[in-house]
Ligand binder design. Structure first.
Ligand code: ZN
Length: 434
């Protein structure tokens, strides 16, 4: 093993530095130590070489929204398996949601996750703390204590903050710590019993529907409260055309809001539920083609700032049951790039925009609390992802690093594959063919 790693002759895409050309990178002591454009070699010779010819070389992907299930639900996923799955998916920084057992509503649980991640994780794990104690939506968690413990945002994800007064206070207090509030927007009264998107298909299948309005009502409320408080609001997993319109309007008014969309909501419609495939059961539900087009347009116009996975692993038992009883959630890390690349191949997104939504843009939301992320700038942490934009592969869930196999994409052919992932200078995943 040489002192440095030389990534030679790849197509470097780093939106943070507006780089989109052939070049090479040198990694030394966990940092990007040199970046050269064109066909050049670095000013030193003591390195191992990783040939990146024909590959995209970009900052490691950053996921603002995933579920690692530990502590409490280790049968679904652990920090060890979740971070390995993330590495296979090209992610070098992942932010884990606090709906564990116990939830991340105090510094001790946050410390536990951080120390587990340091000992067993292969990529950087940044915790999201709860908004309310026990995620019960009644009393605010100790937001200051959580900020000191190192959380990068607050969320009760899985549960919306139903009480508007509590949401207002959370937004108010969050300003003191300069951290965003991430809301899972759902009017629970309207979605009660709902299994899938409400429309013709839910009627035909005889499944209770989840109307688009259930999301949009909460998006509208949260935007009004963000305006009232001047706080930073981040809307999780946006799925409807109406939500995109509301966020666009709020941004035009100068409200401090950011928003995310997931790979599945950007690429799959409610038709995936036909046949009662429980692996297509997710909350918020898969919507319509019209919603997908609105989300993609939102990405292009920066109404939707980032792509986040909402990676939600479950056991086979959680999904091998009647549709109404199955758990909500899709396993995403290992298929994210392959499914998102379909938007590039069909001309709806540029490769540069896709990379930005997975790197520099989520880094802006996280801020510099853990150093500068989402860039290949020299001197920053060597978090690098290499992928082949054209390589076709078949999704084989038995080969997943994740414990969860719950994806409606099992058996599908995807075009675009992660070839290597480097996290803080360490090669944490390499495709066999490289
Ligand atoms: Zn959620």
């Amino acid at each position: 093993m040489k002192k440095s790693l030389f990534i030679q002759g790849g197509h470097i895409i780093d939106p943070s530095q507006e780089i989109d050309e052939i070049g090479s990178l040198l990694i030394t002591k966990g940092k990007i130590s040199w970046l050269g454009k064109g066909e050049v070699v670095p000013p030193q010779t003591d390195y191992d070489v990783l040939n990146a010819k024909g590959l995209i070389v970009c900052p490691g992907f950053i996921d603002l929204h995933c579920h690692l299930r530990q502590p409490g639900f280790e049968e679904k996923e652990t920090i060890a398996t979740g971070t390995q799955a993330a590495a296979k998916g090209g992610f070098t920084t992942i932010c884990c949601m606090p709906n564990t057992n116990p939830p991340l509503d105090n510094q001790f649980v946050v410390d536990y996750v951080k120390s587990k991640a340091a000992a067993e994780g292969v990529v950087r794990v940044l915790p999201v703390g709860c908004i309310s104690k026990g995620r019960k939506g009644q009393e605010l968690a100790e937001l200051g204590e959580l900020a000191s413990a190192g959380v990068i945002a607050y969320s009760d994800d899985g549960e919306p903050i139903t009480n508007s007064r509590l949401m207002r206070r959370a937004l108010d207090y969050s300003r003191a710590f300069s951290l965003p509030i991430i809301d899972h927007c759902e009017d629970k009264v309207l979605t009660e019993g709902g299994q899938m998107n409400e429309g013709i298909i839910s009627i035909k299948l005889g499944l209770p529907g989840i109307p688009a309005a259930a999301e949009e009502i909460m998006v509208a409320r949260d935007l009004a409260l963000a305006q009232l408080t001047g706080a930073r609001l981040h809307i999780a997993h946006v799925t409807t055309e109406g939500s995109v319109d509301l966020i666009r309007h709020a941004k035009e008014k100068g409200i401090q809001v950011t928003a995310e969309a997931t790979p599945h909501h950007l690429t799959l419609t409610e038709t995936k539920v036909i046949g009662y495939d429980t692996n297509a059961k997710v909350n918020p539900p898969l919507r319509t083609e019209r919603d997908i087009q609105a989300l993609i347009r939102g990405l292009r116009e920066n109404v939707i700032d980032i792509i986040a996975t909402d990676h939600a692993p479950h056991t086979e038992v959680d999904k091998l049951c009647e549709f109404a009883l199955a758990a909500f959630g899709i396993n995403v890390f290992e298929t994210a790039l392959g499914s998102l690349m379909s938007l590039v191949h069909n001309g709806q997104l540029t490769l540069v925009t896709l990379v930005a939504k997975l790197t520099g843009e989520p880094a802006k939301i996280i801020g510099d609390k853990y150093g500068k992320l989402g860039t290949l700038a020299t001197g920053t942490s060597a978090d690098v992802t290499l992928f082949d934009p054209d390589k076709e592969w078949v999704v084989d869930t038995t080969a997943f690093a994740s414990k969860g196999k719950n994806t409606p994409l099992a058996g599908s052919t995807l075009k675009g594959k992660i070839m290597a992932t480097i996290s803080q200078g360490k090669l944490v995943y390499k495709d066999d063919s490289l």
